[in-house]
Design a protein. Structure first.
Length: 120
């Protein structure tokens, strides 16, 4: 019975076209317990560039998102697209790219990634 609900949720979820080069905001549900043992939920937003997408349109599809945090440190996270922990995905900006995997953005300075984002 639980599997049927999961399948129903998976088919009902609507997402924007998430592809490499797109800047997105991923709203993720985080469950925390305080010192009293009470469970709380909050939504954490992770904004960054999609470097890669794997798994096609299937249930196991994932996206790799990279952002540059404070101090110039790069942070990457891999999100399963159809996870119930993902509340929603917002499209912020689209860039024109000619590669399916943008792993080269990891090694180049910040200037190059700004150039790609501006669409030049």
């Amino acid at each position: 019975m639980a599997n049927e609900n999961l399948k129903k949720d998976w088919h009902e979820k609507v997402l924007p076209s998430v592809k490499p080069g797109v800047t997105i905001k991923v709203h993720q549900i985080i469950k925390e317990k305080n010192t009293k043992g009470e469970e709380k939920q909050r939504i954490q937003i992770f904004e960054g560039i999609v470097l890669a997408r794997r798994g096609g349109a299937g249930k196991s599809a994932t996206i790799t998102v990279r952002k540059v945090a404070s101090g110039g440190v790069g942070v990457e996270r891999i999100f399963p697209i159809w996870s119930p922990a993902i509340a929603k995905i917002d499209l912020v900006k689209e860039a024109k790219v000619r590669r399916s995997k943008l792993y080269y953005l990891k090694d180049y300075p910040k200037k190059l990634s700004e150039k790609i984002l501006s669409g030049k």
